[in-house]
Ligand binder design. Structure first.
Ligand code: TYM
Length: 325
């Protein structure tokens, strides 16, 4: 099964990224899985060059620390493989302006950004290129990427219809629980790397004390009724989903076990700390050996490039581009 997914180096990783994406990446890893630090995507919002470089390395280290084994899967940086940007251009000439302006994330981010970059509009096309370059069948992602995946499917089908069968049509795979982790202070808003909400966001490398404090302060409700109900009790439902994400249980079964919010919060904290502490330790060790990480990424880029080159050539031929002779 060919698997591809990516994460933007655009801010510190949080438990939403872990449960929605990284944990799935680790489960799906195989010699046929490609995982990418999508640095080109991070250019769609304002970022200092020094910070981008730093975050790219940090994210790659965090992905390995989370359990991705570079011997068992391919881990690489998007800009190291030039075909991503190249295929993106071909697909931009297949995508419609209208369908890009209708993307929810574009509408949200362009409302917040000062001086909207054209890249913010075309970003889902680059994401489609990322996926289609690897003949990807499954894309493990959080729920917020579903609409982008739909676009990737549409572009693949449109290209295939217009120019002949070229691309595999991919599908999104979201986790059973915690596909959309919400902000702990505002449980109707998604936990996000790009929105600052210190108390509402649990970062992958938060200390056990910080995790305990944030979970303890998480907004719930006042009726004290233990029930898994997103409509009536979003704060509690969010905690139950996270708990389910970390333990593999069903959120309803967890709710049935507890009577008091305080007990639930205490055990959730424990489950989180148990899962995250070893990741933090591995991360700190990896950061001490930048040469080793660089070599992992170089091997990854070479492997990814050889697959991407073939697909890109197929697409370029189909669309009518010529070769130098
Ligand atoms: P990004 O970097 O915003 O997020 C990385 C992954 O984390 C998931 N995620 C969440 N899951 C659950 N709850 C949350 N609150 C939460 N926040 C984020 C995201 O769904 C994602 O899986 N456009 C993508 C990056 C990308 C990509 C790709 C993904 C670029 N090319 C190709 C897959 C395939 C993004 O911005 O993700």
């Amino acid at each position: 099964m060919r698997v591809f997914s990516g994460i933007q180096p655009s801010g510190d990783l949080h438990v939403g990224n872990y449960l929605g994406a990284l944990q799935q990446f680790v489960r799906a890893q195989s010699l046929d899985a490609f995982y990418c630090v999508v640095d080109l995507h991070a250019l769609t919002l304002d970022v200092e060059p020094v910070a981008l470089r730093e975050r790219t390395t940090e994210l790659a280290a965090a992905m390995v620390a989370s359990g991705l084994d570079p011997e068992r899967c391919t881990l690489f940086v998007q800009s190291h493989v030039s075909y991503h940007a190249q295929l993106s251009w071909l697909l931009e000439c297949v995508a419609g302006y209208g369908e890009l302006t209708r993307m929810t994330q574009f509408k949200e981010k362009s409302d917040r950004a000062h001086g909207v970059r054209a890249g913010l509009l075309t970003y889902p096309v680059l994401m489609a290129a990322d996926i289609l370059l690897y003949d990807t069948e499954e894309v493990p992602v959080g729920d917020d990427q579903r609409q982008h995946l739909e676009l990737a499917r549409n572009l693949a089908e449109r290209f295939n219809n217009r120019y002949g069968n070229t691309f595999t049509v991919p599908r999104a795979v979201t986790p059973a629980a915690a596909a959309r982790v919400m902000d702990l202070q505002q449980p109707t808003r998604k936990m996000s790397k790009s929105v600052a909400s210190e108390l509402g966001t649990i970062y992958l490398f938060d200390s056990p004390e910080a995790i305990a404090r944030k979970v303890a302060k998480a907004v719930t409700d006042t009726d004290g009724e233990m029930a898994f109900d997103w409509e009536r009790k979003p704060g509690l439902a969010n905690l139950l989903e996270m708990f389910a994400g970390f333990t593999g249980e069903d959120p309803r079964a967890i709710a049935a076990r507890y009577h008091r919010y305080g007990d639930l919060k205490r055990d959730l904290t424990e489950a989180m700390v148990e899962a995250l502490a070893p990741i933090g330790e591995r991360y700190r060790a990896l950061r001490e050996d930048p040469a080793q990480l660089a070599s992992v990424l170089a091997i990854g880029a070479a492997r990814a490039s050889s697959v991407a080159a073939t697909t890109y050539q197929r697409a370029a031929d189909a669309i009518g581009l010529t070769h130098p002779t």
